[in-house]
Design a protein around this ligand. Structure first.
Ligand SMILES: NC(=O)c1ccc[n+]([C@@H]2O[C@H](COP(=O)([O-])OP(=O)(O)OC[C@H]3O[C@@H](n4cnc5c(N)ncnc54)[C@H](OP(=O)(O)O)[C@@H]3O)[C@@H](O)[C@H]2O)c1
Length: 293
C-alpha cells in the first residue's frame, strides 16, 4: 500500500526536483552563452555548489587565453566558458574573430603583439583581475639548421617562449592564488630537426613549466599540455597535416576540444603542478622512433 510522504521527504523531493530544473536551465543557459553563474551568486552559486558537490568547477574565475581568438585557442576559450569561467581573449591580428567570440561567450577581447617585455606587462595589466593564464599563442615555422637565422630564432622565441615567461612573471606579481597552463608540443620528446627554433622554444617552455611550478608554489600551479597533430598550420589543408603528423599509435588526429579538456582537468586539479599532459594519441611514446606498419 502506498503511504503519504512525510513533510521532510516531501521537502527533499521538491528540492531535488527544483535542483533538476535549475540544472536544466543552467545547461541551456551555458550552451547559449546566456548564463554565467558565479560561485558567490546568492541563489545559483549555492545551487551550483550543491549540484557539483565534490567536483570543482571554474565558475567565478577569470582566464586570459593568449592567441584565443581562433583554432585551438578558441576551443580552449569555449571550454573554459562552458565550465563557468569568464574569458579574456587575447589576439594579435584576429580582431574580428576575437570580438565575435567575446560576444558569443560574454567575455572580453584584448589586442597585443607579444614581442616585448612592456607588451607582456601591459597585456596582464589590461586583462584586469585574473585567476588563470593560458599561454597558447605561438608560431610554427619549418626551419632546419641550414635555414635558421638569428632573426628567425628571435621571431619564434618571442611568442613561444619569452612571452609565456614574462606573462607568467607579471601574472604572478598580481595574483594571490591562480593557475598557469603552457601549450607545448609532443615534439618536445623528439629531436625534430625540421623545425629547430620551434622545437627548442617548446622544450625550453617545458623546462620553464617545472621551474615556475616550484618557484610559484604554493600560490600558483603551473602545468602544461603537449598536443600532437591537431590542426594544419594556417593556410595548409588537412592533407598537409596527415602527411606531416608522423606516426600515430592511436591512429587518429587530436581534436582541439580534447586539448581543451586536458586544460580543464589540470585547472581543476589543485594538487597537480609542474606536469605535462600529452594529448597526442601516444606519439610522445615514440620519441624519434617510427611505427612499424
Ligand atoms: N596546431 C597543432 O596541431 C598543434 C600541435 C602541437 C602543439 N600546438 C600548440 O598549441 C597551441 C595552439 O596551436 P594553434 O595551431 O591553434 O596555434 P596558431 O594558430 O599557430 O597560433 C595561435 C595564435 O597565436 C597568436 N600569435 C602568434 N604570434 C603572436 C605574436 N607575436 N604576438 C601575439 N600573438 C601571436 C596568433 O593570434 P592572431 O591570430 O590574433 O594573430 C595565432 O592565432 C600553440 O602553442 C601550438 O604551438 C599546436
Amino acid at each position: 500500500m502506498k503511504r503519504r510522504l512525510t513533510k521532510a521527504e516531501k521537502a527533499v523531493f521538491e528540492l531535488s526536483e527544483l535542483n533538476k530544473l535549475v540544472f536544466a536551465l543552467r545547461e541551456a543557459g551555458l550552451k547559449n552563452g546566456l548564463w554565467k553563474p558565479t560561485a558567490d551568486d546568492p541563489v545559483f552559486g549555492n545551487v551550483w555548489r550543491i549540484g557539483d558537490m565534490g567536483e570543482m568547477n571554474l565558475a567565478g574565475r577569470t582566464a586570459l587565453v593568449t592567441g584565443g581568438a581562433v583554432r585551438i585557442g578558441a576551443a580552449i576559450c569555449r571550454s573554459l566558458a562552458a565550465e563557468g569561467a569568464s574569458v579574456v581573449i587575447h589576439y594579435r591580428h584576429s580582431k574580428r574573430e576575437a570580438l565575435a567570440l567575446a560576444r558569443e561567450l560574454g567575455g572580453r577581447a584584448v589586442q597585443s603583439d607579444l614581442d616585448s617585455e612592456s607588451a607582456c606587462e601591459r597585456l596582464i595589466a589590461h586583462a584586469g583581475k585574473l585567476d588563470i593564464l593560458v599561454n597558447n599563442a605561438a608560431v610554427f615555422h619549418k626551419d632546419s639548421l641550414k635555414t635558421i637565422t638569428a632573426k628567425k630564432l628571435t621571431d619564434e622565441f618571442w611568442p613561444n617562449l619569452f612571452a609565456p615567461i614574462l606573462l607568467t612573471r607579471a601574472f604572478a606579481q598580481r595574483v594571490k592564488k591562480g593557475a598557469v597552463i603552457n601549450l607545448l608540443d609532443r615534439r618536445i620528446t623528439s629531436l625534430d630537426d625540421s623545425c629547430v627554433p620551434y622545437v627548442l622554444s617548446k622544450k625550453s617552455l617545458a623546462e620553464f613549466t617545472r621551474i615556475a611550478a616550484l618557484e610559484l608554489a604554493p600560490r600558483i600551479t603551473v602545468n602544461a599540455v603537449a598536443p600532437g597533430a591537431v590542426l594544419p598550420p594556417p593556410g595548409k589543408g588537412k592533407a598537409y597535416l596527415k602527411d606531416n603528423a608522423g606516426p600515430l599509435p592511436l591512429g587518429r588526429l587530436v581534436k582541439p576540444e580534447e586539448v581543451a579538456a586536458a586544460i580543464v582537468f589540470l585547472l581543476k586539479s589543485e594538487s597537480v603542478t609542474g606536469q605535462t599532459v600529452f594529448v597526442d594519441g601516444g606519439q610522445n611514446l615514440l620519441g624519434n622512433l617510427t611505427l612499424d606498419t
